[in-house]
Design a protein around this ligand. Sequence first.
Ligand code: AHG
Length: 337
Amino acid sequence: MNVNRRVLTLDEFTLQQLRHIPNATGELSGLLRDIGLAAKRVNVEVNKAGLVDILGDAGSVNVQGEDVKKLDIFANDQFTGVLHHGISCAGIGSEELDEFVAFDDTVSCQSKYVCLFDPLDGSGNIDVNVSIGTIFGVYRRVTERGEVASKEDFLQKGTQQVAAGYIIYGSSTMLVYATRRGVNGFTLDPSIGEFTLSHPDIKCPPSGKIYSVNHGNFFQYEEGVRNYINICQNKTKATGGPYTQRYIGSMVADVHRNLIKGGIFMYPGTIDKPKGKLRLMYECNPFAFIVEVAGGKATNGKQRILDIQPTELHQRTPMFIGSKDMMHELESCTGDK
Ligand code: AHG
């Protein structure tokens, strides 16, 4: 058998990566395996979401006599559960929870990493069968191993991420994760129930033809952003266009598409919400890390997303992310870096 011809599973791939890192302990591989397991469980429930009227609505008891949970709560419980029961994670922060959770058992206190995640982003899209996702960022704890993790472990700059990724529950289910070594995508093969390497070494094209923004807020954006959107709308063949506007309202799906095809995604501040909507720790930092490793760029309009010093777990930030050349053109309109 020619083993090189066989498609690698997520576990096989992460273990193979260890061969390149002499001092690696395998803890990050373990954590990614745990996340992959939770993703498969969430995927099963997401696929049944259209059956909610048959199987029972959130808060009710289903035909099997089980309590039905909202999908985002279910997802939160799954990711929290696998990370707690694994041996790599000292605590979690979740978009669904007000405070971070430091695991205080002996094994968890010895663990090397903390994980911040949005268990089900775009959950407003569930009812209409549109792609949704999970987003996560992994940080090496800064407190001593053996202690219970504390706030400083969770409030680290995005530059400190050792890995970040997302799962997209779409026409197929994919897990994409980045370390400093590269970005790789794995598609769930339902026939064997494994994520298998389908998109090795993803690179974000330096330019593209897609811009993604909520046009409904156009007149709430600052002038520079409006100017850039006007440029996007007026692109011709001679200036690298025409551009296409694509906005799903599910960041995982929008950024995933732009990462693969080239494009720019924007969630600017508005007059009503100057800090925008997206959360730095759960949505922006992981995607900024992934897209930068893939060769793209991410800013809040003033500074690099990954350089923002977080002050609170749930803080929001404007977000501009995507292909490098498109980001540069945006910056020439906003006058920012
Ligand atoms: P939610 O999880 O509450 O549905 O929010 C989704 C996020 C993000 O994924 C998406 O890009 C953005 O909100 C869409 O917001 P708007 O509807 O305001 O454009």
